[in-house]
Design a protein. Structure first.
Length: 300
């Protein structure tokens, strides 16, 4: 098929240029190649397209009819190429994004609205779930995730800093007091959450790592429920700064043991193929990275 297209291109250029030699110069091909392509085209069609002498050339009746169709075909090909080229950088179509429930509602959903205001030709399908989706099998363009990349066939790009903090409501701390070291957490009401909630809390300190086995007063599978329990004075919770930063800023929560660092999963954009990444995905990842870093105001 590609050879056929080249033959059509050579034939059309011979007609427009007025001779084989002129067509060869315009196409940057040798005269022998141009002559061979024309002969192959005529042999395949079983008709003579051009009457050629040493002084002039003219289209045969069959050649005129074929040339008219040939011009239309080549014009369609050029228009198709132009359309693909235009769409290569266009942000259109459907963008399928998945993100964790709480973070997706609080941060990603507003970003999709702001992004679509800049690209109104785009539709967004936003799936919020704390389950780890297979983005290839599910046909998802992009996943926003907290966590290290387990599948080496995927690509991960860091979006913004992240760390975890211990925090509690002022009402709880007024009632139970502020712990001064991690071991004191054993005597406090603690809130643990997740599909596999752990009672082992790990910290990094200048004097070395510290681990404490807490006695949870509340266990839940839902991170937002854990957040709500803490706001209601239920106890001390361990959450990402992205989840509780606003509450710490307005005093609804108070940070506990700030001198003890808690290992945190990175905040990343995960997608399947970086080599042929669609413009809508690439632009949205760039957009999220820029806006999330602008929102970052809690320091390291």
């Amino acid at each position: 098929m590609i050879d056929n297209l080249l033959e059509l291109t050579v034939f059309a250029r011979i007609v427009s240029a007025g001779s084989l030699s002129a067509a060869a110069r315009e196409l940057d091909l040798s005269l022998a190649v141009v002559s061979k392509r024309l002969s192959a085209l005529e042999a395949r069609l079983g008709v003579r397209l051009l009457q050629r002498t040493t002084r002039r050339q003219s289209l045969t009746e069959e050649g005129e009819a074929f040339h008219a169709r040939c011009v239309r075909i080549l014009a369609e090909v050029q228009e198709a190429e132009a359309a693909v080229s235009r769409s290569r950088d266009a942000v259109t179509g459907v963008l399928r994004v998945t993100a964790p429930r709480a973070f997706g509602r609080r941060r990603i959903a507003p970003l999709t609205v702001a992004f679509r205001l800049e690209h109104p030709g785009l539709n967004v399908h936003l799936t919020l779930t704390d389950a780890l989706m297979d983005i290839v099998d599910e046909g998802v363009d992009l996943a926003i995730r907290f966590g290290s990349l387990a599948d080496s066939s995927l690509i991960a790009r860091s979006l913004a800093p992240n760390y975890r903090v211990l925090c509690a409501a002022p009402s709880y701390l007024a009632r139970r007091g502020l712990p001064v070291e991690p071991l004191a957490l054993v005597g406090h009401d603690c809130i643990v959450f997740g599909e596999q909630p752990t009672r082992e809390w790990h910290f990094q300190h200048a004097d070395g790592p510290v681990s404490v086995r807490v006695n949870p007063s509340f266990i839940t599978n839902d991170g937002e429920a854990a957040h709500t329990l803490a706001l209601a004075g239920g106890g001390i919770v361990q959450k990402s700064i992205w989840d509780v930063g606003d509450d710490l800023g307005n005093g609804r929560l108070v940070r506990v043991l700030p001198e003890y660092a808690i290992p945190a999963a990175p905040l990343q954009a995960v997608y399947a193929n970086a080599q042929h990444l669609a413009p809508k995905v690439r632009r949205f990842v760039d957009f999220c990275a820029e806006r999330l870093k602008e929102e970052w105001r809690w320091g390291d």
